[in-house]
Design a protein around this ligand. Structure first.
Ligand SMILES: [Zn+2]
Length: 252
């Protein structure tokens, strides 16, 4: 394991050709947890906490690898996978070209969790040891949580793919983004109402992620309009209709 520091994240290795990074806060959190349980219950508790956190974030890592492998199947490279205390990110170097592909890439992550749940469940059946059952349950929860249709979470990407099928990519994305914002507000408000601070944080992260996706979409539309305008200047009538369509989308 070669550790190279790159600012906020630390590179810990490479899996299936993809560099894996851990955010520093993640390392602090795990060490902190292990130290606290070590002080309370001794070395064994500390070791169990370390094993538990590693298994949990191993599941997150495999979830992200699921996305990355599905994307690779469609010819999209993944620059790196980064793990944060609130989950992982597979940084893909492109977008799936078709809604169907986006749907498969989005579903691949939760599918890995459900597969792992079956494996951990089998471990529990064979050994009757509770940690297997906990890991199975955690993976089911992770898979289900990611399927919430809050764009840009996995379920939201499935929703965007479905909407793009119906209305085209730009309008489909805009609706998915609006729904994602709605979920972010819901998480923050619900978290505040019930004093669940982790839900508030998830809502905050979601709001931020939606904002990034919105900007990415705007940039894409602007690039497309510039490209169509340049084609119009060169070739004219054929593309005039498209320019209008693109403008309609971006102004909605
Ligand atoms: Zn995912």
């Amino acid at each position: 394991m070669r550790i190279i520091s790159t600012g906020a994240a630390v590179r810990v290795g490479r899996l299936l050709g993809i560099p894996i990074y851990l955010h520093w806060s993640f390392l602090v959190l795990i060490t902190g947890y292990a130290t606290v349980s070590g002080l309370r219950g001794g070395v064994l508790d500390a070791a169990l906490t370390l094993v538990g956190s590693t298994a949990l974030f191993g599941s997150v890592l495999l979830h992200e690898l699921g996305h990355a492998m599905a994307a690779r199947f469609y010819g999209i490279r993944t620059a790196h996978i980064s793990l944060y205390p609130f989950g992982g990110v597979a940084a893909m170097e492109g977008m799936p070209g078709e809604p169907r592909h986006e749907m498969v890439v989005a579903l691949a992550g939760p599918a890995v969790n459900f597969g792992l749940a079956v494996l951990f469940g089998a471990g529990f059946v064979l050994t009757s040891a509770m940690p297997w059952a906990w890991m199975a349950l955690l993976n089911v929860m992770m898979g289900l949580f990611n399927l919430i249709p809050a764009f840009p979470m996995d379920g939201g990407r499935v929703l965007r793919a479905l909407l793009s099928w119906k209305w085209g990519f730009v309008q489909g994305s805009q609706v998915a983004i609006a729904i994602g914002r709605g979920f972010a507000v819901l998480f923050v408000a619900g978290g505040l109402a019930f004093g669940a601070w982790n839900v508030v944080l998830v809502g905050g992260f979601l709001w931020f992620a939606v904002h990034i996706e919105r900007r990415r979409l705007d940039q894409m539309v602007a690039r497309e309009r510039a490209w169509i305008a340049s084609l119009n200047r060169r070739f004219n009538p054929v593309y005039v209709v498209n320019t209008q369509k693109c403008r309609d989308f971006s102004e909605r």
